[in-house]
Design a protein around this ligand. Structure first.
Ligand SMILES: Cc1cc2nc3c(=O)[nH]c(=O)nc-3n(C[C@H](O)[C@H](O)[C@H](O)COP(=O)(O)O)c2cc1C
Length: 211
């Protein structure tokens, strides 16, 4: 699939096949690819919990729905966000039906004293693995969406799954399923890099060279 993989891997929600099981061997192969991501001083602080048991999925999904509802009630969406939110609502309603929920954790807790380098190292040492995982899934015809809505209930979900939340922090929940057929077009609504990039300083245009 080459570079297309990078531009067409998007938030898959309605295209998740809720009826077809996902092979654990596929999940493990994709998680192996996740572990090739960079991390600060190669700490590899990621841990994964794959949830397939229907009762556990329902409990996690109930907390997700509460978190998602709180997120929705705290904001007034722009008109261009309405379609995304409708698809987000669809995912929330069906989360317990998705064949596998993969909870990604970081070893340790975020720095108690917020610091820019500390936060960058903590979260930045796990999210590249999340993205590797998403790309590896897509390569195999599987899909997911990076979600965080359940994190308002991090402690409760930790209890459900036996995650020791004094020493590990949940950073994302990825509902994984086979992809139903659909258009594999690049993710829309992206601002071109030329409008976001400064050259030799913030917002400074590139002059005298062709782009
Ligand atoms: C840090 C982060 C948190 C997110 N949390 C949620 C979430 O809780 N629920 C959800 O449905 N989507 C969530 N998303 C997915 C975004 O809505 C999605 O990536 C974005 O709208 C782009 O979608 P597209 O690639 O399909 O255009 C999250 C994405 C990121 C990067």
């Amino acid at each position: 699939m080459g570079l297309d993989l990078l531009t067409t891997t998007r938030a898959f929600r309605r295209r998740l096949d809720l009826t077809r099981p996902v092979d654990p061997a596929d999940l493990l192969a994709c998680l192996d690819i996740a572990t090739h991501a960079p991390s600060g001083t190669n700490r590899q602080p990621w841990r994964f919990v794959v949830v397939r048991d229907p009762d556990l999925k329902r409990q996690v999904a109930d907390y997700y729905r509460k978190g998602f509802a709180a997120y929705l009630s705290a904001r007034t969406p722009r008109p261009d966000q309405l379609a995304d939110l409708a698809s987000g609502r669809y995912l929330a309603e069906h989360l317990h039906e998705v064949p596998a929920l993969v909870v990604v954790c970081a070893l340790g807790r975020p720095p108690a004293e917020p610091s820019v380098p500390g936060a960058a190292s903590f979260y930045g040492s796990v999210y590249p693995a999340v993205w590797n995982f998403m790309l590896a899934l897509r390569e195999r015809g599987l899909g997911t969406t990076l979600t965080t809505a359940h994190l308002r209930y991090e402690h409760e979900v930790a209890e459900v799954l036996g995650i020791p939340d004094t020493e590990a922090t949940q950073v994302a929940l990825l509902p994984v399923a086979h992809l139903l057929p659909g258009p594999d077009t690049p993710a829309p609504r992206r601002t071109p890099a030329a409008e976001l990039t400064g050259w030799d300083g913030w917002n400074r245009p590139l002059t005298g060279e062709r782009t």
